[in-house]
Design a protein around this ligand. Structure first.
Ligand SMILES: [Zn+2]
Length: 82
């Protein structure tokens, strides 16, 4: 199911499967921000850390280590940490 931003009432809303999933928003960029946040939220799921195997909430495919291990791996550019 894809999320799109469309005109809705006097403003904008995020639609999924032809139905609005947000209230009417006054500006298109607000609806686009909502859409991006919904998409990120949906990628969140519990995973086991690659390093210590503790369960943590991953924000997506690029996030595979718990916060503790990411901090230990610090000093490295955070974008480079799996
Ligand atoms: Zn860990």
């Amino acid at each position: 199911m894809s999320l799109d931003v469309r005109k809705y009432g006097y403003g904008w809303a995020v639609f999924e499967g032809g139905k609005p999933v947000t209230p009417e928003l006054s500006q298109k960029h607000l609806a686009e921000n909502r859409r991006d946040r919904i998409a990120i939220e949906r990628q969140r799921r519990p995973r086991n850390c690659l390093r210590c195997e503790a369960e943590f909430v991953s924000t997506g495919p690029g996030h595979r280590m718990c916060n503790h291990c990411r901090a230990v791996a610090g000093g490295v550019d955070p974008q480079m940490v799996p």
